[in-house]
Design a binder for this molecule. Structure first.
Ligand code: HPA
Length: 246
């Protein structure tokens, strides 16, 4: 049976209409995950919810224990992860409050514990990361978006920066030259760790703001919160269409 997990990011630390059945405080060989695992019923389906930045949104992207988060979900029997993530928009059609299902990643992070395959190995393991997001799960998200009547952008390159500060316009120009369409801070190592543990993984990216230098206006938290409120409401509609699929 498919056991679905939703990792909620900025703007989605709680799920509307989520009926909590059990709250599990878990620990893994990599330490503690960002929050309790919350088992519950969402739109009729049993899912596991994890708040990536903690339930009070107090863990910055570079301090998240990604290994503990992914291991905890694996231990809980999760076979597919839908990652909700707030991002900045780089490409012209990826403006505030838009939804995208990215297809590629470029990793600009440093110093994050990014693999389970480190010590005490029998042999060196290299995962195939040609498709960093599981293609079949991406298709399911796109199909759900379509059925929900949403305009969801199919594909895009997610540039993952270290944060927690936002980027300079020169950094965004460089990311754009590299081919990035979106910029966020949490796709890596989350996606790679899910692949290492053979969990399907795809991302519903919600554009919170134009990336630095892409608009005349200063990026404010107020603007980010307003765009996220709309985008995450659409993300919830997409999840509803996905989870109620017969
Ligand atoms: N840059 C990086 N991460 C982000 C941004 C951004 O502009 N907005 C939301 N997450």
């Amino acid at each position: 049976m498919t056991q679905t997990a939703i990792i909620g990011g900025t703007g989605l630390t709680r799920l509307p209409e989520f009926q909590i059945l059990a709250r599990e405080k878990v620990s893994t060989i990599w330490g503690e995950p960002s929050s309790d695992l919350i088992r519950g019923r969402l739109y009729g389906a049993e899912i596991v919810f994890l708040a990536r930045h903690g339930e009070n949104h107090s863990i910055p992207p570079h301090r998240i224990n990604y290994r503990a988060n992914i291991q905890a979900l694996k231990d809980a029997g999760v076979s597919r992860i839908i990652a909700a993530a707030a991002v900045g928009g780089i490409r012209a059609d990826m403006g505030p409050a838009k939804l995208a299902i990215p297809s590629q990643i470029i990793d600009y992070t440093h110093g994050r514990a990014g693999t389970f395959f480190e010590d005490g190995l029998d042999h060196v393991t290299h995962i195939d990361f040609t498709h960093p997001y599981t293609p079949s799960l991406r298709e399911q998200l796109l199909d759900a978006g379509f059925r929900a009547g949403l305009r969801v952008i199919d594909g895009g390159v997610y540039g993952c920066t270290q944060g927690p500060r936002l980027e300079t316009p020169a950094e965004i120009t460089r990311l754009e030259r590299d081919g990035c369409d979106l910029v966020g801070m949490t796709a890596m190592p989350e996606a790679a760790l899910a692949r290492e543990l053979e969990i399907d993984y795809a991302c519903c990216a919600v554009v919170a703001n134009w990336a630095a230098g892409k608009s005349e206006r200063e990026i404010t938290m107020a603007e980010i919160e307003q765009n996220l409120a709309k985008g995450m409401a659409d993300c919830a509609k997409l999840l509803q269409a996905l989870l109620t699929q017969v």
